[in-house]
Design a protein around this ligand. Structure first.
Ligand code: BJW
Length: 228
């Protein structure tokens, strides 16, 4: 890591898997139990808000009982100690990077523990259920939805992410299948912009061929081994 000053780290569901949070596309993952079209699009929410809110209430409750694992802690150590630029771009909607102590975290697919009021456009911290249609703490309208990015919606922070990719010397992708864009394209963006690229994943991802180097194994092993 001698020549490296600026790092962008992309994380996905695999980094939280060993904390007991379901991934999406693995065997037994969320998309085996729920159809994407039924729970993770704006059209699904318009059609059947109760089904969507029940799905997210269940997951919001579950993540609050889960704890960061050795991969989150290793990344938090790196964040605390790295003197150059560092950005953890997470696709995860849990808060395990933050609870491990990382501060330079961007949630490109939103956060379970926020609610977004579609009436006044304000985001508020939210730990309880949304199914009973509580009023927005800001404007009082019963118009809250989970503050997550569904298919067809624009991910958060794209300008900041591309600025970081432009300056990156190293791009590291951890625990993501490479199935969902635009995140799946970051490795090619980073390469085109001159960064070295590394994949850390349980198995080769869909984009594994784009990386300069890949190390495969559980995140709680391969991430601390890379950081330390
Ligand atoms: C471990 C492990 C262990 C397990 N240790 N590893 C056709 C072509 C290209 C694009 C499109 C297309 N048609 C439509 C699109 C666009 C669409 C898209 O990508 N669709 C694809 C499915 C084809 N994308 C969008 O709509 C996005 N918006 C968009 O594109 O806007 C326009 C735009 C244009 C230009 C620039 C910018 C924007 C929005 C995508 C929103 C995704 N939302 C979700 C739900 C979030 C809320 C929620 O949590 O419910 O985000 S879907 C879901 O997938 C979630 C995740 O963040 C995301 C990625 O999943 P992830 O993290 O990779 O998880 P898995 O399960 O897929 O993989 C886990 C990996 O971990 C596996 O590889 C395991 O092996 C590994 N693993 N255990 C290490 N212990």
């Amino acid at each position: 890591m001698n020549q490296i000053r600026n790092i962008v780290i992309l994380t996905g569901a695999g980094v939280s898997a060993e904390s007991g949070i379901d991934t999406f596309r693995d065997g037994g993952g969320l998309w085996e139990k729920h159809r994407v079209e039924d729970v993770a699009t704006p059209e699904a929410f318009a059609r059947d808000p109760e089904l969507v809110l029940r799905f997210y209430d269940m997951r919001r409750e579950a993540i609050q009982t889960r704890q960061p694992n050795a991969a989150h802690h290793a990344l938090a150590r790196l964040d605390a100690e790295w003197r150059g630029e560092l950005l953890i771009v997470t696709q995860n909607v849990d808060d395990l990077h933050e609870r491990a102590g990382a501060s330079r975290v961007l949630h490109m697919h939103g956060e379970h523990l926020n609610a977004w009021c579609t009436a006044c456009d304000v985001r508020s911290p939210w730990t309880g259920p949304l199914l009973d249609r509580p009023p927005c703490p800001e404007c009082g309208e019963a118009a809250l939805r989970p503050d997550v990015v569904w298919f067809g919606e624009m991910p958060y922070g794209m300008e900041e992410i591309f600025a970081a990719l432009r300056d990156a010397d190293l791009f590291v992708s951890i625990g993501t299948s490479g199935a969902v864009y635009p995140a799946a394209g970051f490795v090619r963006n980073a390469r085109d912009l001159g960064a070295a690229t590394l994949e850390l994943n349980l198995e080769p991802s869909q984009g594994t061929g784009w990386f300069d180097e890949a190390r495969h194994g559980p995140a709680t092993e391969v991430v601390p081994a890379w950081v330390d």
